[in-house]
Design a protein. Sequence first.
Length: 155
Amino acid sequence: MAVDDECKLKFQELKAKRSYRFITFKIEDQQVVVDKLGSPTDSYEEFTNSLPSNECRYAVFDFDFTTDENCQKSKIFFIAWYVLDHLFLWPIFIFFLNRKRMRFLRSPDTSKVRMKMVYASSKDRFKRELDGIQVELQATDPSEMSMDIIKARAI
């Protein structure tokens, strides 16, 4: 999977200049491209609200926090957002239920299943392009990337 040069450029701006609070990335035309840029004042809630509920994304988030020793710190999170729903396993279920019927039954989510597999298989390659990631997190629903989880992973 190719990575658009703008992805690396915007990540460097987030890391070095703190120009953005977050960046979301999507796969488009066989390459990873920048999807959205969050302003430096955006909150974590604004970041999570920017993730589509029905599509996968990669994201980086610059998380500021205070340690137990009252020190200000920042960590850059890489988040793989894999949207899973009850239809994700539907084509597999139909296949095992009746192999002959598989060619006649198609899930409306078939293209989404393919994209989920593309995102999952391209994640490590893309993450290597972003030098400076400190914490990785994979989430399939908002509860897996709650603020409590982010704080616990940052420390």
